[in-house]
Design a protein around this ligand. Structure first.
Ligand code: DGL
Length: 273
């Protein structure tokens, strides 16, 4: 391998399924020159209702798969895996591993004015208490309200980003958070940015939404800078997508996440890694 190729290693990204493409969308906007290798664990999703041990095991196998592409870093574009497995991955692997939780917390702390933050995510993410713990570590006075919204993921996977049913489900879950008078809401699941307009409409203009798929970009930029990679460095960019199962509706829904045509999908079995 030549020196030039080494200098432009890809960024590895994984998620339980297609939600992590919200992060890929922003990665391609921020670092168009970087090649991205995406792994979606579509055969084993959802992660949001699995035990911490299983999520950690899956996250480890996904990372091992991405390592075969010799990436510059791995981005854990899954809140459930970031909340439950990031610490373990960081101790077990020597390359930089970036999760979505810390950047989201940092942004929420900067945005809140009344010290009342909401966090919505999968059941596993909310149960892990990782978001409130991280927020309280920075400022114990902040009030944090966590809420699992399990029906949001299937809504998004059905392509129901708006409409009467989506309005109803959003109102059903977020009514209690609205009553808590939060002024900042973390969209703590990869799929939720797709529901941003409906969530913003329901919560009203006084509530600022934190979209971790955007907030994680400065941390990735900092990691690249630290490792001597510059935006605009010579590279061909591009995206390669691998899935543990090429599910029938992946291409259709993923196209709406990325807002453009997808490359050819590769199949990858990571179970024995
Ligand atoms: N990607 C997951 C997350 O961000 C949501 C889907 C799942 O439960 O696997 O938490």
């Amino acid at each position: 391998m030549t020196k030039k190729v080494q200098k432009n290693k890809p960024i590895g990204v994984f998620d339980s399924g297609l939600g992590g493409l919200t992060v890929v969308f922003n990665l391609q906007k921020s670092f168009p020159e970087k090649e991205i290798i995406y792994f979606g664990d579509t055969a084993r999703l959802p992660y949001g209702n699995k035990s911490p041990e299983t999520i950690q095991n899956y996250a480890r196998q996904n990372t091992r798969f991405l390592l075969s592409f010799q990436p510059e870093m791995v981005v854990v574009a899954c809140h459930t895996a970031s909340a439950l497995a990031l610490g373990k991955l960081k101790t077990e692997f020597s390359l930089p591993i970036v999760g979505v939780l810390a950047p989201a917390v940092k942004a929420a702390l900067a945005k809140t004015r009344n010290g009342r933050i909401g966090i919505i995510g999968t059941s596993a993410t909310v149960k892990s208490n990782s978001y409130p713990a991280e927020i309280k570590k920075a400022n114990p006075k902040i009030k944090v309200y966590g809420l699992a919204c399990p029906l949001f993921v299937p809504l998004v996977e059905e392509g129901l980003f708006s409409g009467p049913l989506t309005n109803m489900v959003v109102a059903h879950y977020l009514k209690s958070l609205k009553e808590k008078k939060i002024d900042t809401l973390i969209l703590g699941c990869t799929h939720y940015p797709m529901l941003k307009a409906v969530i913003a409409g329901f919560m009203g203009p006084k509530v600022t939404l934190v979209d971790p798929s955007e907030e994680v970009m400065p941390e990735i930029a900092a990691q690249l800078k630290e490792r001597g990679q510059k935006a605009g460095a010579v590279s061909k960019g591009g995206l390669r997508i691998y899935l543990s199962d090429i599910t029938p509706n992946f291409r259709k829904v993923a196209t709406s996440f990325l807002k453009k045509e997808l490359p050819r999908l590769g199949k990858a079995n990571v179970e024995n890694l």
